[in-house]
Design a protein around this ligand. Sequence first.
Ligand SMILES: Cc1cc2nc3c(=O)[nH]c(=O)nc-3n(C[C@H](O)[C@H](O)[C@H](O)COP(=O)(O)OP(=O)(O)OC[C@H]3O[C@@H](n4cnc5c(N)ncnc54)[C@H](O)[C@@H]3O)c2cc1C
Length: 470
Amino acid sequence: MIRKTSKETIAPYLRDASNYSGGVAEEVLIPENPEELTEVLKNDSRPVTIAGAGTGLTASRIPSGGIIISLEKFNEMESPENGEVWVGPALTLTELQESLNHSDWFYPPNPTETNASIGGTLATNASGSRSFKFGVTRDFVHAAECVLSDGRKVLIKRGHKISEPLCMDDGSQVRFPEITYTSPKCKNTAGYYVQPEMDWLDLFIGSDGTLGIFTKICLKLIPQPAAFLSGVLFFGEEKFCWDLTTAIKSQSFVSPCSLEYFDRYSLEVLREKYPNIPSQAKAALFFEEDVEKQEMYDAKLENWFNFLEDKNILLDESWFSQNEKDNKTFHEFRHEIPILINEKNSRAGREKIGTDMAVSDNFFIEMMEFYEKTLSQSQIPYVIFGHLGDNHLHINLLPKPDQLPLAGSVYDEIAQKIISWKGTVSAEHGIGKKKRKYLYEMVGQKNIDELKKIKSVLDPKGRLGKGNLF
Ligand SMILES: Cc1cc2nc3c(=O)[nH]c(=O)nc-3n(C[C@H](O)[C@H](O)[C@H](O)COP(=O)(O)OP(=O)(O)OC[C@H]3O[C@@H](n4cnc5c(N)ncnc54)[C@H](O)[C@@H]3O)c2cc1C
């Protein structure tokens, strides 16, 4: 077991991509194997926070005391077989995707930040661009080995329902508590996932590092698509892009897996790095469709051209991929916007003020109009980008120092509106330490008490991920 105890060696573990400051830890422990991990949990009584790759946006891996356990040595990957692959939680998405490129298999969840660890993506139920068609991380987990905060271990398999107890390795059992709460059915990662007759696995996924520690994970794979066709469409007005998205969702001619939005201010930021963005463009949409067999490619491309030709798009200025390299370039273009915004925040010494809210399809246009009106009136600089197909956008507020209190109240106003539409305050990043207030507003105190009952059957001493969610 490696122990890091000096201020300098602990410091990197007190950061994530939220720019949250105020983390404190006594030491960082790095077990070399599962036995060392269970030993330390059994013999230590301090609060424990698990470190993934630190790309999270809610400070959920940043402790306010106790110890940090990093599973960075648990990064193995077995050979994919029969549509599944066993991996260690520290394996990154880049490592997984690169290994699978040489196989017949494909892992669809694609959170834009591929430096994330698989364990972190399970803990946050990460989604991302391709979730529009394929679903979220939860849909691609077959099994996981989990260790509880007291060192007990269990292998949880898909199909093991919460009506049956969880049987731990020491012969003890954990039963799901009697509660009435159920989580919203829209894309959501605010609070624990609870549905009647659900699998235990679904509870642990998206639990923000508070219920169990993933030590080995079996991911579900699908056959590798032969190709992807993709493009970046530009629009003279933002509304034209929203209308196109509604049109795409109401037909079956084209079937994108990604529909990613850039508002006019995102394009302004991106122009620093991409001067070839058309000057008249006020919005953009990155689309991508998976092509099962190579011989289907031309027909699918033609479908896209036919579908797009009579829409309000700057078609001649838009970009269409010619090959896999172009697809990669477009993904980088999409990834660049949060990176540039995070850099701006760091330069300004500002914590990230970003939303992760989503609503159901019937509130889509209303939501976009509300965002536009509320944000313009506030006069706070902002950008909006993200998963337009899922009605799930990231508003990033970039207030000047004297606008910080106003930014807080604009955020509150947006959250209240989304809650009134039965949407979620977090669709993919989780609640962590930064969004607790909004979870309470979204589910109410009675349901918070019910969620705490779940926490107390699995982690009665409240050691794991202390300060996340509650
Ligand atoms: C530029 C950028 C773009 C992003 N885009 C997206 C996006 O499109 N979609 C999306 O969903 N997210 C996105 N994110 C957020 C982030 O990448 C995800 O939340 C990711 O899942 C975090 O993984 P991580 O390994 O970095 O976890 P960390 O930040 O290290 O930790 C996150 C949580 O996971 C817990 N955890 C980590 N490992 C384990 C384990 N083995 N067992 C139990 N708990 C564990 C931690 O304790 C913590 O609570 C983006 C982030 C950035 C910086």
